[in-house]
Design a binder for this molecule. Structure first.
Ligand code: NAD
Length: 429
């Protein structure tokens, strides 16, 4: 009993249940959840209700954000899990380490170079550990690409062509809430692309050197809608007749979970989860193109567009002996609406190797139960269970977390200045 690892969690919104649900349901033999922290008491109470009713676990003490230190002193956790708004990650990551805890943080590790530097310095100063939960690494088809490259299936990688499509359901969701302000999320090139840039770093075993990018808001936002002839606007969808026929609207009273998590909680902090994607104040891009050169000289051409008819991605990896092509259609998922194990679920998948001279062949990859093709349970076991040695080294630390965001941070700077950015000018490792 006394040997169980103790965990507290900061940020009890949509993502949090992925961790506290698994901890209390699947890893209770080795792990104990001992506290919640948030700026919103209603949301913490709802998380406790889910603990009790869905996971048959006793409610845990709750602490407001300004009681974080108190929580650490009272509950004596070994680990702090950070699932709060991106803008706040660094604050909890650093303070947790200063108070002697290790950290498990959601992506993106943080959103800009200053906060990234502060985290890197704090790791050095405290000697504590940070894990960044890159669940995409663990999806079997993504791990398979790493394996193919390690096995020399295409020789030395020279270039990667990577197109990611977010659709009008999932893609739109980033424009309804806090992500739409770059100060909260770093924009999609940090918030979302951190997954994709991490995958490229992981697959090719290198790190970004020079980055150039263009990006703009070309579909969402009031101005774009006005240019297309729209004349009726609203601020939030729930209960608003103007939103009834808007296919982009999210109605918080249409789902009991959404209502309890957000609508019932908004009196405390004014967080509106259902804002119009054609409203004012959106300052992130929805259309982005990035060019990256890596330390090993490989070149990435990357595209991210957030208003597409389908959700998924196409990747081509070229090497000196051939080419890997992968095409994935994902089931679209809106955070807090639906079964978590369906997140990143696959509707279609092809993975092919095309040797430079031999016949092309399809690579079979077994998908398992759980989100992201069965990758999520493997990640959770890696975090909370007793994992065996991983030949692919998928566990990501603060350095991986930093390298994955630095491409997006550099891309943001390139968009702002019109100039290419050397990544090693951003932070010192
Ligand atoms: N890896 C993945 O697939 C994945 C999927 C979804 C979300 N995420 C990540 O999880 C995190 C949370 O996202 P979400 O969708 O759950 O958002 P959310 O809006 O549902 O929840 C955010 C929570 O943070 C709390 N919060 C806000 N400011 C705070 C502060 N100063 N101190 C403490 N808590 C604060 C909010 O009250 C809310 O409870 C984000 O970093 C996001 O990138 C990762």
């Amino acid at each position: 009993m006394g040997n169980k690892k103790r965990y507290v969690l900061v940020g009890t919104g949509g993502r949090a249940e992925f961790f506290y649900g698994a901890l209390t349901r699947d890893f209770s033999a080795t792990s104990e959840l001992v506290g919640f922290c948030d700026i919103n008491q209603v949301r913490m109470n709802y998380a406790n209700k889910l603990l009790r009713e869905k996971y048959n676990y006793a409610e845990v003490p709750t602490y407001m954000a300004d009681q974080f230190d108190q929580m650490i002193e009272n509950e004596k956790p070994d680990y702090v899990i950070v699932t709060s708004v991106d803008r706040t990650h660094h604050k909890y990551i650093i303070r947790a380490m200063e108070l002697g805890c290790d950290v498990v943080t959601e992506k993106p590790m943080t959103i800009n170079e200053e906060k990234c530097q502060d985290i890197l310095d704090a790791v050095k100063r405290t000697g504590q550990n940070v894990r960044v939960t890159f669940n995409y690494r663990y999806a079997p088809h993504h791990t398979k690409i790493r394996e193919l490259i390690l096995d020399d299936a295409i020789g030395k990688v020279t270039s990667v062509h990577f197109e990611w499509l977010l659709n009008t359901r999932h893609g739109a969701d980033y424009f309804r809430r806090w992500h739409r302000d770059k100060r909260n999320s770093g924009g999609l090139l940090v918030h979302k692309s951190t997954h994709h840039f991490d995958l490229v770093n992981f697959w090719i075993g290198s790190q970004p050197d020079t980055v150039f990018a263009f990006g703009d808001l070309m579909f969402y936002g009031r101005e774009n809608a006005e240019d297309r002839g729209v004349t009726q606007f609203y601020n939030r969808a729930t209960g608003n007749p103007l939103a009834q026929d808007d296919p982009f609207a999210l109605h918080l009273d249409s789902d009991a979970h959404l209502k309890s998590m957000y609508l019932d909680a908004e009196t405390e902090d004014g967080y509106q989860r259902d804002q119009s994607v054609f409203g004012e104040g959106i300052n992130i891009e929805d259309t982005m193109g990035v060019l990256v050169q890596y330390r090993n000289k490989a070149i990435l051409t990357y595209s991210l567009v957030a208003y597409q008819p389908w959700e998924g991605y196409r990747i081509a990896i070229n090497g000196t002996k051939g080419r890997i092509e992968m095409s994935i259609i994902e089931q679209s998922y809106v955070n807090s609406l639906g079964d978590k194990s369906k997140e990143g679920a696959l509707i279609g998948k092809t993975l092919r190797v095309l040797p430079m001279f031999g016949a092309p062949y399809d690579v079979e990859v077994e998908e398992k139960e759980g989100g992201h093709g069965g990758g999520d349970p493997v990640l959770l076991n890696d975090l909370f269970g007793a994992p065996s040695e991983d030949p692919f080294h998928r566990a990501a630390n603060h350095v991986d977390g930093a390298r994955s965001i630095l491409t997006g941070i550099a891309a943001n700077r390139a968009i702002a200045t019109g100039l290419p950015v050397k990544v090693d000018t951003l932070v010192q490792f």
